[in-house]
Design a protein around this ligand. Structure first.
Ligand SMILES: *Cc1c(COP(=O)(O)O)cnc(C)c1O
Length: 379
């Protein structure tokens, strides 16, 4: 938690649950990534947190943006971002949304199969396209493979077909999985992309860029490599695989850019063993849960850090099951990985959930059980 957020919580005492994001921290993350790979072009993945305050801040710093729907195009344009700075990175788009993007002036689109390529040729004629490769997501705590991407062989064919359809084959992309904790994942994917790049060159096609997606991790509760280590691994792999000069690097960070900048401020609704004996864990119910925005606790994949008013007294912690406030029994955050919380923790205590700036505000339901959407503060 940054001092600015701590001060805001003490002075403003905002109603819970709410998300508080420190924009200085977002700025710092952008600069650190930019410094780690100075020649890259950063396309912020808008879905991680589309708050206008964040979009404007990043736009001022020179960021580009990756969007996935007409709704995200509108949010960006309303924030003053020109269409030329938007890429349509989703490989699965309706014809209507392609036509909408084309009409708004977007020129860069992702695809991973011939059917999508034909849609692009019809509804965004002449556009620049990049083909997404399916790469291993080993090391990622929130994988994004399976559903997207194609094989190197098919990417090689598809990018030539793109040219034949009157489109501009501009690049290759991959996503090594979100919350990627291994720097090697990028190197392996770059090697694959380079193989296709060189083969396409022999066919008279020179791609402009390799788009490495996102994946850069946020610190939750176990150590992660620094952004400089990721930068070094990527730069080294690029030099190795493109000895005669590399194409441009595009990055689509989402989580990295905003995750560490946010804190969810929440209240304990109930803390009880509910008739269980001494050896049963306590149930702690917070006023935010799986449906209030903490969707990434699905499968207990992302494991947040909790800060309570009793943290100095570490001797008296006991493992708790953590649950949300709704009437749905799926609304449990952690029950396999119990969370050690102070014995003194009681109803009405405020609890902070750290590093929750990404993938929380928009995963929130619009009113399940009558609980309103999460309040958001950008400071
Ligand atoms: C979600 C997404 C990202 C952002 O991923 P992070 O792991 O949050 O950095 C980037 N690119 C695409 C295509 C995505 O779908």
């Amino acid at each position: 938690m940054t001092p600015k957020i701590a001060r805001f919580l003490t002075e403003q005492k905002p109603a819970t649950p709410c998300l508080v994001v420190d924009l200085d921290c977002v700025r710092g993350q952008y600069r650190a990534l930019h410094d780690a790979l100075p020649s890259s072009r950063i396309h912020y993945a808008v879905k991680a947190n589309p708050a206008p305050a964040i979009l404007k801040e990043l736009n001022n710093l020179g960021s580009f943006f990756d969007i996935a729907s007409p709704g995200e195009i509108d949010i960006c344009m309303k924030a003053g971002i020109p269409a030329q700075k938007l890429s349509f990175g989703h490989t699965v788009k309706t014809a209507r949304s392609i036509a909408y993007a084309h009409q708004k002036g977007l020129t860069l689109y992702a695809f991973d199969c011939i059917e999508e390529l034909r849609k692009l040729a019809e509804h965004a004629p002449g556009c620049e396209v990049f083909c997404r490769l399916g790469v291993l997501n080993t090391g990622a705590q929130w994988p994004l493979s399976r559903k997207f991407g194609t094989t190197p062989e098919s990417a090689f064919t598809l990018l030539q077909q793109a040219r034949d359809l009157g489109l501009k084959p501009a690049g290759l992309s991959f996503h090594v999985g979100s919350q990627q904790t291994s720097t090697e994942a990028y190197g392996d994917a770059i090697a694959q992309a380079a193989g296709i790049y060189h083969r396409l060159r022999q066919q008279g096609i020179t791609l402009d860029f390799i788009n490495m997606g996102g994946g850069f991790p946020t610190y939750y509760n176990s150590p992660i490599p620094s952004i400089d280590q990721f930068g070094k691994a990527i730069a080294t792999a690029m030099t190795t695989h493109f000895p005669e000069g590399a194409p441009r690097i595009l990055l689509e960070p989402g989580r990295y850019m905003v995750g560490s900048a946010g804190v969810v401020h929440t209240e304990v609704v109930l803390s009880s063993k509910r008739g269980g004996g001494d050896n049963t864990p306590r149930w702690v119910y917070l006023d935010i849960g799986r449906f209030g925005g903490l969707a990434e606790t699905e499968g207990e994949s992302i494991r947040y850090t909790f800060q309570t008013p009793h943290d100095e007294n570490t001797a008296s912690r006991s493992p708790c099951i953590l649950a949300g406030p709704t009437c749905d029994s799926m609304d449990v955050l952690y029950e396999k990985n119990l969370v050690p919380l102070p014995e003194e923790l009681k109803t009405g205590d405020r609890v902070n959930i750290l590093a929750t700036g990404a993938y929380v505000s928009t995963y929130c339901s619009t009113g399940f059980n009558g609980f309103p959407p999460l309040d958001e503060h950008y400071i």
